[in-house]
Design a protein around this ligand. Structure first.
Ligand code: FAD
Length: 259
């Protein structure tokens, strides 16, 4: 069985971000890392294999040149190889463009099970997994807090606000996992060194048969029209309770429409 895990290279939240003239984030210029939420999907794939599943684990990332750092980190946690789709024309892609590139790459690489995080830690739209599955025409089970495979059946547990559901579907399928699945292990030094020898294939848009005009800024369905730094936080209000504290607190909340 081939498990392909979609892993995104995201900007470090603490890094200084720079923007291109078209107001899109300049991902080549900002320090990045493997999206923390995708580490859960990586760990799930490795656990499925460790649990006895006869599986080959491949990581797939669409991102700038430096995104190989994210693939090396995933390979240090476990798995066999990686595919990096990179092309200058991808810059500025919206979710629809990103899902097209991922789906075309998956068709090229082959898959039985596609694992993803439930959201990236930068765009945070939580739409790419379903878009990819729709393009491929395969079954989808999203927001898995637990996952198991029996033959060609994949079963997930999804924890909602009011209920816990169990859902099953048949392979080939795409499953997105949440941070209720176990955290990724910290790779040992030996595993980090071994990951450096694992193969990473690089593909361009031409390699996967995607027309450059359908992705990137040219093909994007969203456009950044303006950007500005977030306003500095205002100082809070301190209420000294000298017998009137509760009334002052109620007045504060009422003045802001909270009560
Ligand atoms: C209004 C707006 C403005 C934006 N501006 C910019 C911009 O200026 N510059 C810019 O670069 N991007 C920009 N984006 C973000 C870009 O569109 C997203 O990175 C991309 O569409 C993926 O969406 P997401 O990160 O929300 O993925 P989600 O749907 O939250 O991702 C869920 C899962 O899909 C998988 N996945 C997602 N993306 C990838 C990937 N690239 N490779 C591998 N796996 C992946 C991962 O498993 C991830 O956990 C913008 C988005 C919006 C809505």
């Amino acid at each position: 069985m081939k498990i392909v895990v979609l892993v995104k290279y995201v900007p470090e939240p603490t890094a200084s971000w720079s923007f291109s003239p078209d107001l899109t984030l300049n991902r080549d210029a900002v320090e990045g890392r493997l999206s923390e939420l995708d580490e859960y999907a990586v760990e799930q794939a490795v656990r499925l294999k460790e649990g006895g599943l006869d599986a080959e684990i491949v990581y797939l990332c669409v991102g700038p040149a430096k995104a190989t750092d994210a693939l090396r980190k995933a390979l240090a946690i476990g798995g066999d190889s990686a595919v990096h789709v990179t092309d200058p024309a991808i810059h500025g892609s919206c979710a629809i463009g990103t899902s097209l590139v991922l789906a075309k790459a998956l068709e090229k690489v082959g898959y039985d099970l596609v694992l993803t995080g439930f959201s990236s830690t930068d765009g945070e739209m939580s739409v790419v997994p379903t878009m990819v599955a729709d393009r491929l025409g395969i079954n989808t089970a999203t927001f898995a807090g637990e996952l198991s495979i029996d033959g060609t059946t994949v079963t997930i547990r999804r924890d909602g606000d009011t209920a816990t559901e169990e859902a099953s579907t048949s392979l080939p399928a795409l499953v997105s996992v949440t941070d209720r699945t176990p955290e990724a292990r910290y790779p040992a030094f030996k595993a980090i060194m071994a990951s450096k020898k694992k193969p990473i294939a690089t593909m361009s848009l031409a390699d996967i048969g995607v027309d450059a005009s359908s992705v990137g800024t040219a093909g994007a369905t969203t456009k950044v029209v303006s950007l500005a730094p977030a306003p500095a936080r205002e100082a809070g209000t301190i209420v000294n309770d000298e017998g009137e504290g509760a009334a002052q607190l109620a007045e504060f909340l009422a003045g802001r429409g909270f009560i």
